[in-house]
Write a protein that binds this ligand. Structure first.
Ligand SMILES: [Zn+2]
Length: 390
């Protein structure tokens, strides 16, 4: 039996059903969506079935993720992410396992066996818990509708299965198909369905639906910066192509359903200990146009962060397009004026001044070494100081 849960509920009924953690003054509007039934929990499939084979593959993947050095082990962050995912998953929560992974791309993925990966590039880009819930709700939507299995079956039909099995054997053929499915995007219909279910899950968990379109809209802005810069950065959002149509649709649906939890402070608190190192990862991607869109957004929200001015200066210094040097110098001055700049801000200043004013560059490098005597690049920076003095 399917557990019937109608998507259309009276506003007053929803308010009464709002979970205890929801802000008392939040007023939830009506549910946005057509009728949908949350399926019952999925039993572990027979290993001999295609679904069982898919789960077994994902179990092996999960073992790798669990052992990965990139797994983020902060217990508070993990507990927080689990709690957000569990609120959204509802009755399916016992089947979910959450893995935050340190990798600087905007992505989350929910495997058919219940493995939910949340990549750190996503954590860096959402403004609050409701935006995170929008992305996770979408992923859990794919899971609840078993879209990956459908995708594998579609591919299997198309791919002349017998030829595949001949080549790889039964298990190998399934592996090849799952691999093909995982690197292809979901169909537009699946994407739309996951968007709508994601909104419904957000609504049931008491989140403000108006945050959902904002994150997709933002993702579109980063994409535009990437393409404007002539780069092929599609990979950042490969499995979930954003579109104007998508954020417009979500905006319309959410308009009638305002209110609910946004959760900015809680989110920022959990992420704060990681933000600096995640920004370092972000710059290592070498996609400075996108990083600058991100940093502009973060600075608009947090205009007194010396760290963020430093990183924006770094993005510009490393990109070195027209006017980048001057703008980077301005940002470094701003960081230093705020008085809480990281030691690396002085190193950046040194690099920027190196060609023009070796004495000032030397002073900046010396300040860096004074502040960070054990820095891994200390020996290199010392040579710069010596060269500058000659
Ligand atoms: Zn999707």
């Amino acid at each position: 039996m399917m557990q019937r849960r109608t998507w259309l509920r009276a506003a007053c009924g929803l308010c009464a059903a709002a979970p205890a953690w929801a802000h008392a003054s939040s007023e939830l509007g009506p549910a946005p969506l057509a009728e949908w039934s949350r399926p019952e929990r999925f039993p572990k499939p027979e290993l001999s079935s295609d679904e069982g084979g898919l789960w077994a593959l994902m179990d092996r993947e999960e073992t790798k993720v669990r052992r990965s050095p990139f797994l983020m082990k902060d217990p508070e962050l993990l507990a927080y992410l689990r709690s957000v995912a569990n609120k959204l998953a509802g009755s399916h929560a016992p089947d979910l396992r959450v893995y935050p992974v340190r990798t600087p791309f905007f992505n989350a993925s929910m495997a058919p066996n219940g493995m939910l990966q949340i990549w750190s590039g996503l954590l860096l880009r959402v403004d609050n818990e409701a935006q995170l819930a929008a992305v996770l709700g979408h992923e859990i939507g794919h899971y609840l509708q078993r879209h990956t299995l459908q995708r594998v079956r579609d591919l299997k039909d198309k791919a002349a299965t017998s030829a595949f099995i001949g080549l790889f054997g039964l298990a190998g053929a399934l592996g090849q198909l799952a691999l093909a499915a995982s690197i292809q995007s979901f169909s537009r219909d699946h994407e739309r369905e996951a968007d709508i279910i994601g909104l419904q899950l957000m609504h049931e968990a008491g989140y403000d639906l108006r945050e959902a379109w904002k994150i997709w809209d933002y993702v579109g802005q980063e994409m535009a910066a990437a393409h404007g810069g002539g780069s092929s950065e599609r990979s950042l959002f490969a499995s979930h192509p954003p579109s104007v149509e998508r954020s417009d649709k979500l905006r319309q649906l959410a308009a009638a359903c305002g209110g609910g939890v946004i959760g900015q402070e809680a989110f920022e608190q959990r992420l704060a200990p990681h933000r600096f190192s995640l920004m370092e990862d972000e710059l290592k991607r070498g996609q400075y146009g996108m990083s600058l869109v991100l940093l502009d957004k973060m600075l608009a929200r947090d205009p007194r962060s010396a760290d963020l001015y430093f990183f924006r200066a770094e993005a510009r210094r490393l990109r070195a397009a027209e006017q980048d040097r001057e703008l980077a110098l301005q940002d470094l001055q701003q960081a230093i004026q705020l008085g809480s700049e990281p030691a690396q801000a002085h190193r950046s200043l040194g690099y920027l001044l190196q060609q023009q004013d070796s004495s000032k560059a030397g002073t900046a490098f010396a300040t860096y070494l004074q502040r960070a005597p054990d820095a891994p690049d200390a020996a290199l920076i010392k040579t710069y100081i010596q060269e500058g003095g000659n």
